[in-house]
Design a protein. Structure first.
Length: 130
């Protein structure tokens, strides 16, 4: 692959990411009062099937620094979507648990999230003759 092709592919990835991120932020915020990263945290917690997660596990899953993830979790906690608890085995450890309200908000936002992804990534039919 030529350098020019690699750069072009990279720019395509950046453009697709920007379009998708903006659409997700707009739709999730407008309809569900969630940001894209907030939804992603709830999504990972629901999909993981565990009762509780360490903050670092959540941060790794959503590609955020631990400090950025802690701030995001604080917003989710303030909204009643998650709660924090201390690790009994390691008093320095903090667990994050999704609440029933968090599960409900995730479930309500799921169709919106998937519709945005579908609109961005679904193959579009080509006009006849092209």
């Amino acid at each position: 692959m030529s350098e020019r092709s690699v750069v072009h592919a990279w720019r395509d990835v950046l453009a697709k990411h920007a379009v998708t991120s903006c659409a997700l932020e707009r739709e999730l915020s407008e309809h569900h009062q969630l940001g894209m990263s907030e939804f992603e945290v709830l999504e990972r917690m629901v999909e993981g099937g565990q009762d509780k997660y360490r903050v670092q596990e959540v941060a790794d899953a959503v590609h955020l620094s631990q400090s950025a993830c802690s701030r995001l979790i604080a917003r989710l906690e303030k909204a009643g979507l998650v709660c924090r608890g201390m690790c009994e085995a390691d008093r320095r450890g903090v667990f994050v648990l999704i609440t029933d309200e968090g599960r409900a908000r995730h479930a309500a936002a799921l169709a919106t999230h998937r519709a945005v992804l579908e609109s961005v990534f679904a193959p579009r039919p080509q006009p006849a003759g092209i």
